[in-house]
Every structure is written in C-alpha cells, then in structure tokens.
Design a protein around this ligand. Sequence first.
Ligand SMILES: C[S@@+](CC[C@H](N)C(=O)[O-])C[C@H]1O[C@@H](n2cnc3c(N)ncnc32)[C@H](O)[C@@H]1O
Length: 406
Amino acid sequence: MIKKSKSTAMPSDTHEKFNELSAILKQTQHLWKPVAFHDVGIGWLNCLPELAERLLSFDLAQIERLHFDPEPLIESLQGYIPELTRLHLLSQLPGTSSRALALVDPRVHAGVPGKKWAQVQAFCAGIGATTSPVLDYCAGKAHLGFYIEQSLNVPVVSLEWQADLVAHANERALRENRRLNAQHVDVMSEACQRYFEGQPHVVALHACGGLHERLLSLCISQQTPKIHLAPCCYHKRSKEHYLPYSKKGKENDLLLNKSDLHTAVMETVTASASQVRQRKALQTMRLGFDLIQRDVLLHEAFLPLPSMPLSWSRMNFEAFCRHWAKAKNIPLPIAIDWSDYWHRAEQRFHQVSALDLVRALFRRPLEIWLNMDKALWLEEHGYEVSLSTFCERKVSPRNILLQATR
Ligand SMILES: C[S@@+](CC[C@H](N)C(=O)[O-])C[C@H]1O[C@@H](n2cnc3c(N)ncnc32)[C@H](O)[C@@H]1O
C-alpha cells in the first residue's frame, strides 16, 4: 500500500481539486513532458541523478512489472518525487455503484472477446436502470448496443462509420428480432447532428479523443439529458494541441500536445505476453534505426517513423533499417556493423524503458485532469457530473466513466 503523506485530506470542491491537480502537474512537467524514446539526454537526468540511478538499476523484468503496476511504482519512486503521493491521492476515483448484471440470451455475447464482454457488462452496470431509448455513439460491432437493448430493455440506435459493421449489426438485429438500428454515419460530419436532436440518452464506450470531444459538443448543443461516456486514446484527434474546454481548464492550461495526450494512455495492461514481446522487438528496431540515422546524418535529432503493425517485429533488423532508410532518403554506408548497432539498440531499449517509468507515474493524473476538464465544462452547461471507474484496470485501463445528467 502507498504510504499516506501528511496532507491526505481531499478538497471537497471539484474546482479546488482541479486547481491543485493542475498546480502539481505544472510544477512537475519537466518530468512528464520529455519522452525518453525521442530524447537521448532528457533534461531531468542532471537535476535528479539519484532517480536516474535508481531507475537504471532495475532489470527489464522489473521494469515491465512496474509499468503494469502503478502502486509499487509510486511506492518505489515517491522518495525521489515528493509530489507523487499527493498526486496519486488526487487521481483516485470511486468505483461505480455496482448493479446486479442482467442475464441475457447467450447469443448476445457469442463471439465477443472475453475482455470486451467484461467491459460491456461493467459499462452497462454503470448506466443503471433506464427507460429511454439509447444512442450508442461510435458503436463498432454494437456489442454494447445489443447488450443494452436486451438487459435494459430499451431500443437502441447505434452510429458507426464502418459500413460492414453497420450492415452486420442490422442483419443481426433482424435475425435475432432485436430493437437495434445501426446507422452508417461519420460522427464528425454535420449529418450526425440529427441523431442527437431530441435524443434522451447517449452512451459511448471507448470513443477516441476527437470523437468523444465531438460527442460532448453535440450533447451540450442539443442539451442531451443523459450521457455515459468512457473515453479513450485522447491523442487521436486532428489538432496537435489540446485547448481546454472548461473555464478552469483554460485558467490552468497545461499546454498539452499529442505526445502528452499519448502519455495518458501509455499502458499495455491488456496486451498478451506475445504482444509485449513483439512490441519490445519493434521498439528495439526503431531505436537501432534511430542510432544509425543519427550517425549517418551527424545530428542529434530523433527521426520519427510512422506507426506500423506489430507483425513488423518479425522483420530482420537490417531489412527494417534499409526499408526506412530508403523511405526517408537516408544514404546508408555499404559497411554497417549490424550486430553492434543491435547490441546498442538493446541497451538503449533498457535505458528508455527504465527512464520512461517516470512518465508512467503521471499517466493517470493526466487522464484525470483531461476528464475533470470535460466534467467542469459540462457543469458550466448545467449538467450534474460524476467521474468514477466502471471496471478494474486489468479489464481495461481506460476505465473512467463520465456520467452527466441535466
Ligand atoms: C475503439 S472503437 C469502440 C467501439 C465500441 N464502442 C466498443 O467499445 O466496442 C471506436 C469505433 O469508432 C468508430 N469510428 C471512428 N471514427 C468514426 C467516425 N468519424 N464516425 C463514426 N464512427 C467512427 C470506429 O470505426 C470504431 O468502430
């Protein structure tokens, strides 16, 4: 358990809590802004050498465990970063009051992956009883919509832009005689607005950054009476910089860019062991390529590569580097000591993973800050809002449920 510091009392007022959270995040931004993967000599290394020494003393297995498990991580580093204990306390959310899960026709969950099914059930339990029709926003395969339709016994309209998922959901609704109507729509388009007109209840499970920001704007403009939202992937949005929505957020702007927003979701808690292995191999190749391009171009700047599927991890290191050198117009020398670069890349992977534990300490506080900004914004528009967790972290680390009613 994390030791409680002298000041464990929580501000009862949301504004005060937000102010305090913002102040600590601003004060510690030299720790959570730098990304070790990009920056060979991150700034805080010089001012906190003991912290760096402690982190670099962890072996890779310890680092992996600490990345997954925030409590021991905070415990082992709170001596170096005094603000941590308070930050951790400010980032706590209550669980949603649990409701008995409704028994549903087993066809509702046939073929739904176990974790997704657990998320759907937990999210729905967080909604509680309702009698109004529900709009399921960015519904994917409409697993949530089908479950709501059956367990809460209300009609559902689901919105989704992948035409095959929409067709599949409608076929299924017809086949199983369910009151679910899937609509093919781009929620970012003007055309989406009509689905919100007069809509009493909107839900969204794991809507990414730009999508959930759009959802809340639509709800505010249409004065939607009830909202249940579990946001995810805050960095997936068109604009590079996050402009706070609430007045308090604007006063306490953290000047977050996409990289900072990504920090809020830098968890692989739901990844399988083989995904973790593949990610490690891919990251090592990326770091190796970065070492090479720095040497060839004689500079100290990180060269970003686009995201690529985990299957690329099976590529040979030399082929990987030659591919990206060609794509980035970097002339590689004929003779390269590939095994030396691979060895250095592995060392760098260890170093980066260790130093990145510092950023991992701030992922939840940043996520809470982003959600508090939205909650305060909704309050400014007449909503009563609560933030809670609807499932355990191991079911999904994106477990924040924002509930708003007006
Ligand atoms: C992370 S998935 C969540 C799906 C579902 N709510 C669930 O939890 O299983 C996000 C979904 O949003 C859909 N989506 C993305 N952009 C969209 C857009 N502009 N309009 C409508 N749907 C969109 C994607 O196709 C995807 O199915």
